[in-house]
Design a binder for this molecule. Structure first.
Ligand code: NAD
Ligand code: UDP
Length: 340
């Protein structure tokens, strides 16, 4: 059992209630793309933050800029092993998220989601923490209803290559609601739809990072299949704002709640927008479709609007421009380093 008790003085924490200042917020997966933005926003709000991560798909570089903050701590740990950390609030974001990442070690992915949920909920059971789960639109699988409302139970192929992730997240949702009903744990389950922004890895394999990096290198933009499949892309700052509101909502607000941007488009259209935005000379090419790729995905966010007063505010062009700037900087660094 891994225990962690931060030992610094709490006197530097100002502007937040003492009880809250004394008990940190734990972010499992805080070294990842979304988790690092969440850690940053929590610190900005005056919280003490513990980032727990095994850095399998995340990177220390994502949180390097936070390391000098005395209210920030990193605990290197795998959520598949039990842990005991006294926090008032836990965000469970620890899981590979990109299809190439989660399919690389499918058994590990499933266990990370199932055992990670159990260990996180057991930790909360001891401390009385509120626990927020990062679930996913993948619980809807290849949906036959669109937009997807939270009441839709989904269409998942449990024995296909995406099953390790989809069923891991679905089982985690079951565990969250069973712990809530059985032990009275204060839970919140948010279903994230495709989210993008700075700090995605160059080689993460998701469509936004792939297309931007390919466009900046004037390499072929690789569409898998006919490009008519749809997604709805949310900028990271909007998503994190949704999670912060959710975490602060009353204990009756458990979800599941869809968090995403309802503006839907084809993958083909996304490729064209990114090529235009980067003034790239890239060609758009088609590669074989991937197995069980959902044909359409669009969140119904009426519940988030009603219960959290939340909706995305950052349009695709603005969000993509910020993300292009980020990758431009990253490529200038890496490609310069490769030349040297
Ligand atoms: P990411 O891969 O950048 O971040 C995941 C983090 O979890 C990484 O830092 C990784 O090292 C850590 N991690 C993985 N397995 C772990 C383990 N066993 N123990 C401890 N840490 C572990 O991905 P992301 O996009 O930031 O996703 C974060 C969460 O949000 C994930 O749970 C993912 O399923 C969920 N989500 C993301 C999206 C999206 O579009 N970004 C969509 C749906 C759901
Ligand atoms: N995709 C693509 N080219 C790429 C990467 C992804 O055409 O280089 C497609 C992928 O097949 C899917 C969509 O883009 O239809 C979104 O893929 P991503 O991996 O970003 O997320 P997910 O499939 O989990 O929604």
């Amino acid at each position: 059992m891994r225990s962690f008790v931060p030992n610094e003085s709490f006197s530097e924490v100002s502007g937040v209630p003492v009880a809250q200042a004394l008990r940190p917020v734990l972010v499992n997966g805080g070294g990842g793309f979304l988790g690092s933005h969440l850690c940053e926003r929590l610190l900005q709000r005056g919280h003490r933050v513990i980032c727990l991560d095994n850095f399998s798909t995340g990177r220390r570089a994502n949180v390097d800029h936070l390391a000098s903050n005395t209210r920030f701590h990193i605990v290197e740990h795998d959520v598949r092993q039990p842990f005991d950390i006294d926090a008032s609030l836990i965000f469970n974001f620890a899981s590979p998220a990109s299809p190439p990442d989660y399919q690389r070690d499918p058994v590990g992915t499933l266990l990370t989601n199932v055992l990670g949920a159990v260990n996180t909920l057991d930790c909360a059971r001891k401390t009385g923490a509120i626990v927020v789960q990062s679930s996913t639109s993948e619980v809807y699988g290849d949906p036959i209803h669109s937009p997807q409302h939270e009441s839709y139970c989904g269409n998942v192929n449990q024995i296909g290559p995406r099953g390790c992730y989809d069923e891991g997240k679905r089982s985690a949702e079951t565990l969250f609601f069973d712990y809530h009903r059985t032990y009275g744990i204060d839970i919140k389950v948010g279903r994230i739809f495709n989210t993008y922004g700075p700090r995605m890895r160059l080689d993460d394999g998701r469509v936004v990072s792939n297309f931007i990096v390919q466009a900046l290198r004037n390499a072929d933009l690789t569409i898998y299949g006919d490009g008519q499949q749809t997604r709805s892309f949310c900028y990271v700052d909007d998503l994190i704002e949704g999670f912060l509101r959710f975490s602060a909502a009353g204990s009756a607000c458990n979800g599941p709640i869809n968090l995403g941007n309802p503006t839907e488009m084809t993958v083909r259209r996304l490729a064209e927008i990114i090529r235009d935005l980067t003034n790239s000379r890239s060609r758009i090419v088609h590669l074989p479709a991937v197995t069980d790729d959902p044909r359409q995905r669009r969140p119904d966010i009426s519940r988030a609007m009603a219960e959290l007063g939340w909706q995305p505010l950052i349009g695709l062009e603005t969000g993509l421009a910020r993300t292009v700037d980020y990758f431009d900087g990253l490529l200038a660094g890496t490609e310069k380093a490769e030349v040297v």
